[in-house]
Design a protein around this ligand. Structure first.
Ligand code: AHM
Ligand code: MG
Length: 332
């Protein structure tokens, strides 16, 4: 089999298919290279001083882990000087990060959750980086307002899972492709092209500890799955919950299923648990490009018009039939 590096894949997407511009190619390469740096830092674990809490809170009042801070810095440093970006925004920073004046500016905006699944970092369970790319509206400064675009406007999105291997999943306008990091050469290599989420599924993913706080449509949906062969679905379902969105969504990409982080009594005041701009939107983009669907129960996630950078949202995504059923239960 031909071994195709990420660089070669991107050059061919640009030159032969004209799916990406040269600046977008550079952006993706830089993000991928930053993710290699993050993978290295994570891989050191207890051998280096990278585990545990950073002793600070982020803008959302969550305790920052040392690796949250390190990953954020790696992504900022890597992306500042290339000339491909107008600005960046991150889960770990209150407002947008402007490109320093000494560097040229580009047309893209990059948003990221530098290290998703923080609670899993210290226990050696898969975590990830999620990213989303938008265009900076012409003539606009990259202030918060410039970032507030619906997910349909994303020009590309993806994530890296730091698990048994480091895997970059990239959604471009023409499909979703996966690249595995070859730890010997340091290159990402194409390992799966045009990923499609299997339509049929028997697996669901939700934090059932919150069951008593769920709204009626979610409760009904999960009750029916748990009733198995004796219930209205007439088949048994399996449950998996890693607690890192990246890992839970990646499993759905690989073998189908549905992932839910709904609005419940605990998170209602905040509008949900997961963040729209750098968690839900990029994941919804990946999932849709792979033939799945993503909703907040009432609306397609990608159609939501954001009002705030750190806005939260209910998320239900995965195999299309399951997401349609969830929409139906919410409408009823
Ligand atoms: P984080 O970005 O601070 O890590 O939070 C997001 C994570 C998701 O990865 C995961 O789906 C969810 O929060 C788990 O939350 P909880 O275990 O609190 O239910
Ligand atoms: Mg996260």
């Amino acid at each position: 089999m031909r071994s195709i590096s990420l660089s070669r894949f991107l050059i061919e997407e640009q030159r032969e298919k004209q799916v990406i511009s040269s600046d977008l190619r550079l952006l993706i390469e830089v993000v991928a290279s930053a993710c290699k740096g993050i993978a290295l830092a994570i891989g050191k674990g207890g051998l280096a001083d990278v585990l545990g809490s950073a002793g600070s809170d982020n803008v959302q009042g969550e305790v920052q882990k040392k690796l949250d801070v390190i990953s954020n810095e790696i992504l900022l440093d890597a992306n500042e000087w290339g000339g491909h970006l107008a600005g960046m925004a991150s889960e770990e920073m209150e407002g947008p990060h402007a490109i320093p004046n000494r560097y040229p500016k580009g047309e893209y905006l990059l948003l990221f959750d530098p290290l998703d699944g923080s609670s899993n970092i210290d226990v050696n369970i898969s975590v990830g980086t999620i990213f989303s790319v938008l265009r900076c509206p012409e003539g606009k400064e990259p202030t918060e307002a410039a970032f507030l675009q619906p997910g349909t406007q994303q020009v590309c999105a993806g994530y890296t899972v730091y698990g048994p291997n480091t895997l970059l999943v990239l959604a471009l306008s023409d499909g979703v492709h996966a690249f595995t990091l070859n730890r010997e050469t340091g290159n990402f290599v194409l390992t799966q092209e045009n990923i499609q989420i299997p339509a049929e599924t028997r697996e669901f993913s939700i934090n059932t500890a919150n069951a008593r706080h769920w709204e009626a449509p979610v409760k009904r949906y999960i009750d029916e799955l748990q009733a198995g062969v004796d219930g209205p679905r007439a088949m048994d379902f399996n449950m998996r919950w890693v607690g890192s969105m990246v890992a839970d969504v990646h499993r759905i990409l690989a073998r189908g299923g549905v992932f839910l982080y709904p609005i419940d009594e605990k998170n209602r005041a905040q509008g949900g648990k997961l963040r729209l701009m750098y968690e839900a939107n990029p994941m919804a983009y990946v999932v849709e490009k792979a033939g799945g669907a993503a909703t907040d129960g009432y609306q397609r996630i990608l159609d939501l018009v954001p009002h705030r950078l750190h806005q939260r949202v209910a998320v239900m995504l995965g195999s299309k039939d399951e997401v349609e059923r969830l929409n139906r239960y919410h409408a009823e």
